[in-house]
Design a protein around this ligand. Structure first.
Ligand SMILES: [Fe+2]
Length: 303
């Protein structure tokens, strides 16, 4: 097989509010509307991904927290009800998710060979976390592609952001190499918000947008700084500032998903496309992506 590659690297935040506001049939609670800018950004992202003919979604989620090593979903299909522990009023979601087990095993094996502690998760009754589900739903609501699910081993909490980044480097390389060897066209999803300080109470009507705003100007400034770095392709600088970002903006990048994304794509210096930025219960969220040119785009561009 040949031609395996990362066709898109996406920052794909997972506030359950966005699924709630879309009213998909899988989700029990009903919403009037809400968080349109982010939802429309995801819509534009979906349209941009379509011509790239992706075959697999590879997602790293902060809400699958494994305390000994990095784990990978390792059962061909999971079906269950996911209830968000913090927002059960917004997210009670019936899912059926197919897993690309061979690709998950290949990434796992390469990560282990690189020195990481790894494990394939073989429990068929395992409940997939809502971070994985929300990012995948918003990227591909049809659920017609298999998924590789990767956990976060919380190295930032146990050791520090530097250790997290070292591990993300190894995991990113392993991911890239396994994808290239697989022959498959993959979309990587870093499932995280940027600044992550949130309000501790929600309005009576969760989708009341007159109540939605970033928690503080300091958080907003960090988010805008990250967007500037992404838009100008300064990914190595972003990598170097990750520790400050995590500490000062309480960024959900602490889980390692964004670092893994940068490492797997070998620190792109091309401008990242920002599809949307918006707050959800006070957290800062960007939908952003590096996409490879669509097949045929180069020829079309030639007069
Ligand atoms: Fe989260």
């Amino acid at each position: 097989m040949s031609g395996g590659r990362i066709v898109a690297a996406v920052l794909a935040p997972h506030p359950p509010h966005l699924v709630y506001a879309e009213n998909p049939p899988q989700n029990e609670p009903r919403a009037e509307c809400g968080w349109e800018e982010l939802r429309m950004g995801y819509e534009r992202l979906r349209r941009a991904l379509e011509p790239l003919r992706p075959e697999v979604l590879v997602v790293l989620s902060p809400h699958w927290q494994t305390y000994i090593g990095t784990h990978f979903l390792g059962v061909p299909r999971f079906e269950s009800l996911s209830v968000d522990p913090v927002f059960p009023n917004l997210f009670r979601y019936r899912y059926a998710l197919d897993v690309d087990v061979p690709l998950a095993e290949a990434i796992c094996a390469r990560a282990e060979a690189a020195g990481l502690v790894t494990k394939m998760m073989r429990n068929p009754d395992f409940r997939v976390d809502y971070g994985t589900l929300v990012s995948c739903h918003l990227t591909r609501p049809a659920w017609d592609l298999p998924v590789v699910g990767i956990s976060s081993c919380r190295a930032t909490a146990y050791y520090g952001a530097d250790v997290m980044q070292e591990q993300a480097l190894a995991l990113g390389r392993a991911t890239r190499e396994a994808i290239e060897a697989s022959g498959k066209r993959c979309v990587l999803l870093a499932s995280n918000s940027l600044s992550h300080r949130h309000f501790t109470t929600e309005p009576a009507i969760p989708e009341d947008m007159s109540q939605e705003r970033i928690t503080s100007h300091a958080q907003y400034l960090w988010d805008m700084h990250v967007l500037d770095l992404l838009r100008s392709g300064q990914t190595r600088r972003l990598w170097g500032e990750m520790r400050e970002l995590v500490e000062q903006a309480v960024a959900e990048a602490d889980a390692g998903a964004l670092s893994w994304l940068l490492a797997a794509t070998e620190f792109p210096d091309a401008p990242c496309e920002i599809y949307a930025y918006g707050s959800v219960i006070g957290t800062g969220n960007a939908v952003a992506a590096w996409l490879e040119p669509a097949p045929g785009a180069a020829e079309e561009a030639t007069p």
